[in-house]
Design a protein around this ligand. Structure first.
Ligand SMILES: [Zn+2]
Length: 308
């Protein structure tokens, strides 16, 4: 089965202030890396622009209106201390969503076995009614709702290995047992949510890790918490909120993962997907702020997806 890779140059036109970690160069290094020989069989596509209405799958209209109203005609506008928008941010965000939805279509139609989408801005901090933490709309949540609405999927698992807790995804699915949300993340760390006792309707599995944790603790959290929850839930689709800021080089956090850990985590999720979800895996870029760490981690992740 093919692995598809979606991105689009417009996602590099979502601008952030000088020195901001969530910067367009992140996509440049990913695209460059995936141009290398080992990725010759990766099928590269331009992410399509999603309709604005797709945002409403996971957010109220007032949130969409608020984000649209914040977009400046020129320069940057500030949403909060971390989150800014530039003239092309709405188009970039709708393209990141468009890639995610195309990926969902692909794995349900059989056009692809699995898909990686490198879009910006990221999504997992975006709550139902709040843009925050570099995120405007929750790409993974919109993709999950879309899979349910368009393809009749009943149960979706979202696995979030970004080093930060996906407070937005947890907020959106807090009382929705049709979506399982599993997160490994450093704690304490931004945004402050993600304690193990936050379990929603029994569909939220948080596996916080203390600063300094490395491969062993990460894999143990997967083996003991994430994977058993997926086995029990038997999802129709696995969406990965694929942040790579748990890599040891990352400047925003203190977990000590290696690229090989992302290869491993991808593999164990693919194994579940093969058994439970007809192999369907859609992976969406979240964080990852050291350009070298990001590049080698994405290469490990996509390399594993390609092995099928
Ligand atoms: Zn992060």
């Amino acid at each position: 089965m093919r692995t598809r890779f979606y991105t689009h140059p417009i996602c590099r036109e979502h601008l952030t202030p000088p020195g901001h970690p969530e910067r367009p160069d992140r996509l440049r290094v990913i695209v460059d890396r995936l141009d290398d020989e080992p990725f010759a069989y990766l099928e590269r596509l331009e992410a399509p622009l999603a309709d604005e209405e797709t945002v409403l799958l996971a957010h109220p209209a007032e949130h969409l209106d608020k984000v649209k109203a914040s977009i400046p005609g020129e320069g940057l506008a500030v949403i909060d201390g971390d989150t800014t928008v530039s003239p092309k941010s709405l188009e970039a965000a709708l393209t990141a969503i468009g890639g995610a939805l195309a990926g969902v279509d692909d794995v349900f139609s059989g056009e692809a076995g699995n898909v990686f989408v490198a879009g910006r801005p990221p999504g997992h901090h975006a709550e139902k009614n709040r843009a925050m933490g570099f995120c405007l709309f929750n790409n993974a949540a919109i993709a999950a709702r879309y899979a349910q609405k368009k393809h009749g999927a009943e149960r979706i698992a979202i696995v979030d290995w970004d080093v930060h807790h996906g407070n937005g995804t947890q907020d959106i699915f807090w009382d929705d047992p049709s979506v399982l949300y599993c997160s490994t993340h450093q704690m304490p760390l931004y945004p402050g949510t993600g304690a193990a006792h936050e379990t929603g309707a029994g569909n939220i599995v948080n596996a916080p890790l203390p600063a300094g944790s490395g491969s062993e603790a990460f894999r143990e959290a997967f083996d003991e918490k994430v994977l058993p929850a997926i086995d029990q839930f038997a999802p129709d689709l696995i969406i990965i909120s694929a942040g790579f800021d748990a890599h040891r080089r990352d400047p925003l956090a203190e977990l000590n993962l290696e690229a090989d850990d992302f290869d491993w985590a991808t593999g164990v999720l693919m194994e579940r997907a093969d058994r439970l979800s007809q192999g369907r895996v859609v992976s969406l870029l979240e964080g990852g702020y050291d350009l070298h760490g990001l590049s080698v981690s994405v290469a490990a992740h996509v390399g594993r997806l390609l092995k099928g």
